[in-house]
Design a protein around this ligand. Structure first.
Ligand SMILES: [Zn+2]
Length: 299
């Protein structure tokens, strides 16, 4: 049995898969935000609960909203800032009393979708999470690519390309820089942009619903959002030209993204043609948790 845990900024989810990828059980808890010890306890509780329900012991793979320093193995680059500098891997290993595998959540998405999702059959998969934060992962031949700095896919901390005068210097990012893509293209950024222009706090899907009902301001905010995602992804096309883009996270559920984004992106790439497929993650919100479980399947 393969247990996967998706430690996200708003929820922590656990599943158990059979070796063939069939789901046996799924559990979900709200993330104890800004409470590192609480998160560790929550992960341990989910694993124990899964093993009680299935009456089996499983391998445990965990996707975290950040990554680990290649040498010290301390948490870094995490939008869930309470992981920064923490010995996440060691603490989880001790708390669970077994070897575990920890990966960046976007790497889990990329590997999961490359193995049996939207990216199946494509060699280089660039997976993007447009959720409470914005992250990316690269899978090559079905495996997450890391690089010597464990930094592959840290796309969200590039500055927004071709900024206009209103986008400079941009909002501060938790990483210490200004105007990172994450501060423009996450679901929260979309909501914040709408709020700045309307003084009205709405959830992303409510703003989209207004747009669908003909609200002009909601449509303008949406168009600006798509344009920013396009500018961000044009960097990736020019540097890597992946075989496919797979989108995950809450914003990936907005169908208009798949019609509005390709022409916008085409207008920013150096290439005169743009034929890269842009698809929604097949396993939806489950991609991260499935990819975490698959961390032990690979070997
Ligand atoms: Zn940043």
């Amino acid at each position: 049995m393969l247990i996967g845990i998706d430690w996200g900024g708003t929820k922590i989810e656990g599943i158990a898969l059979t070796d063939e990828g069939k789901e046996m059980v799924r559990l979900r808890e709200e993330t104890p935000r800004h409470n590192y010890e609480g998160c560790i306890r929550c992960v341990v509780g989910l694993v124990k609960h899964i093993e009680q329900v299935t009456r089996q012991t499983g391998s445990v793979g965990i996707g975290i909203p950040g990554s680990l320093e290649p040498k010290s193995r301390l948490g870094k680059g995490a939008s869930s800032t309470w992981l920064l500098g923490r010995p996440v891997e060691q603490d989880l290993r001790e708390a669970l009393g077994r070897e575990i595998r920890v990966e960046n959540d976007a790497d889990c998405l990329a590997a999961s979708e490359a193995i049996d999702g939207a990216g199946a059959g494509y060699r280089v998969v660039f997976a993007v999470i447009l959720g409470s934060g914005a992250g990316a992962g690269i899978a090559i031949g079905g495996r997450a690519h890391h690089g010597p700095n464990n930094s592959a896919g840290e796309w969200g901390h590039n500055p927004l390309p071709s900024p206009n005068i209103t986008e400079i210097p941009g909002l501060p990012c938790y990483c210490g820089r200004h105007g990172c893509l994450e501060t423009w293209v996450s679901g929260r950024a979309f909501e914040a942009d709408y709020a700045r222009h309307t003084q009205c706090d709405l959830k992303a899907l409510d703003i989209v619903a207004k747009m669908r009902h003909g609200d002009r301001l909601a449509r303008l905010v949406w168009q600006r959002y798509v344009n920013r995602v396009a500018r961000g992804l044009s960097l990736v096309v020019n540097a890597l030209d992946p075989d496919i883009f797979v989108l995950g996270g809450g914003m990936s559920n907005v169908d208009e993204l798949y019609t509005d984004l390709p022409p916008e992106l085409a207008s920013y790439t150096f290439s005169t043609v743009f034929e890269t497929p842009i698809r929604k993650a097949v396993h939806g919100d489950s991609s991260g948790v499935r990819g975490a479980a698959w961390l032990w399947k690979e070997n």
